[in-house]
Design a protein around this ligand. Structure first.
Ligand code: NDP
Ligand code: GDR
Length: 379
């Protein structure tokens, strides 16, 4: 029975990876941060009572900014595999908290690698580092592959650039089995609510149910290669099952604008959106309603919006000081060496996210109608 340690187990990827590894028979240790409110929503379904026999999921308090804590957890859990997923992962927020981001995302990676080395575990513990397509930043060439030069465009990406290279360096200097997965954007119903896809699918559900009037967005021209997180955690695991430690690009190879993602998401609830104007003057207007699709999805309150309403507006607050305009990954190496191919395409991803958010808010409406208080969820 193998043992894995997941940093960032309470995040989107941590939750799907923990589920996958438990299914594969692993003992799974996860590091969670102490918070004033519970932050384990995404893994509560995996929770096992501490008194249960054959328990295989264990949580430890910790933080990537605390070397001693990380060293102790690694020493105690003796993992065969470490998945370093913890990070301050929001690109826009990294402009507000650049030093903390460097500490957690950059030096945090060093802390894990150095702990394994100091403990003399460099020949027994494999390490996965959550690297990112944000490393490519300013477009040099497309599609982006393992050979494409990096040009990071945010404090987040610069911190992750350090994480990438320190992982390569420990592999080369100490013969450690340490690999970078250069993952392109991946989303799911568990995606954090302030990332663009989830922000859109939540708003689509709420607008459709009459709970929200308008969606405020930033740059609609950005293009992203979006996949499903479930597929991407499978790739992480495969990367560590290789005989030789290597870095891999994980992507779908298809790119789409934020604007088209919005169109697709509204289409899921039967709304057609027309975009007019340019730059911060651009708006998305409800152009038509497909009654058949809409009535199938919107079972609670019916429509509160009409054709001609402005449903999408631009707010410059959501623009970044430096933007990554175009990401499109070349997953050929992963296809060939890992035998990895995504099961979800973009339409399936959008459908999964919108239907999940519609259910979420339909449940809220039932609770409100039943006189229960629903916690305010941040936009
Ligand atoms: P999330 O933001 O959903 O999860 C991040 C996790 O890291 C959470 O568990 C969070 O804890 C934890 N965390 C944050 N800061 C610290 C810290 N200082 N110490 C310990 N834990 C911390 O990210 P994702 O699941 O989407 O991404 C996983 C990793 O993959 C991240 O490193 C991200 O940068 C990277 N990545 C993500 C991509 C994507 O498209 N999703 C693409 C490429 C790379 P808490 O729950 O308490 O906030
Ligand atoms: P990204 O994801 O920055 O690619 O990083 P995000 O979903 O935040 O942005 C994608 C693109 O959408 C544009 N955008 C907006 N973004 C947000 N969040 N909110 C808006 O209102 C909005 N309007 C337009 C952005 O400008 C951007 O171009 C994600 C994170 O998961 C990283 O941790 C990971 O490394 C990369 O993906 C790969």
């Amino acid at each position: 029975m193998k043992t894995a340690l997941i940093t960032g187990i309470t995040g989107q990827d941590g939750a799907y990876l923990a589920e996958l590894l438990l299914e594969k028979g692993y003992i799974v240790h996860g590091i969670k941060r102490r918070a004033s409110l519970f932050n384990t929503d995404r893994i509560d379904h995996l929770y096992q009572d501490p008194h249960e026999e054959n328990k295989r999921l264990f949580l430890h308090y910790g933080d990537l900014t605390d070397s001693m804590n990380l060293t102790r957890i690694i020493q105690e859990t003796k993992p065969d595999e470490i998945y370093n997923l913890a990070a301050m992962s929001h690109v826009k927020v990294s402009f507000d908290t650049p030093e903390y981001t460097a500490n957690a995302d950059g030096i945090g990676t060093l802390r894990i690698l150095e702990a394994v080395r100091l403990l003399g575990m460099e020949k027994q513990t494999k390490i996965y580092q959550a690297s990112t397509s944000e490393l490519y930043g300013l477009v040099q060439q497309v599609p982006q592959s393992e050979q494409t030069p990096f040009y990071p465009r945010s404090p987040y990406a610069v911190a992750k650039l350090y994480g990438y290279w320190i992982t390569v360096n420990y592999r080369e200097a100490y013969g450690m089995f340490a690999c970078n997965g250069i993952l392109f954007n991946h989303e799911s119903p568990l995606r954090g609510e302030t990332f663009v896809t989830r922000k859109i699918t939540r708003a689509v559900a709420k607008i459709g149910l009459g709970l929200q009037k308008n969606l405020f967005m930033g740059n609609l021209d950005a293009k992203r290669d979006w996949g499903h997180a479930k597929d991407y955690v499978e790739a992480m695991w495969r990367i560590l099952q290789q005989d030789v430690a290597e870095d891999f690009v994980i992507a779908t190879g298809v790119t789409t604008t934020v604007r088209d993602f919005i169109r697709m998401a509204f289409a899921e609830i039967g709304f057609k959106i027309r975009f007019e104007g340019h730059g911060i003057e651009e708006v998305g207007i409800l152009d038509g309603i497909d009654e058949a699709v809409a009535s199938a999805v919107l079972k609670v309150d019916g429509y509160k919006v009409s054709v001609g309403d402005v449903l999408v507006s631009i707010d410059p607050a959501y623009f970044r000081p430096t933007e990554v305009d175009l990401l499109i990954g070349d997953p050929t190496k992963a296809n060939e060496k890992l035998g990895w191919k995504p099961k979800y395409d973009l339409p399936m991803l959008v459908a999964d996210m919108v239907s999940s958010d519609v259910k979420l808010f339909q449940r809220d409406i039932h609770l409100i109608k039943g006189g229960h208080k629903v916690l305010n969820q941040a936009e």
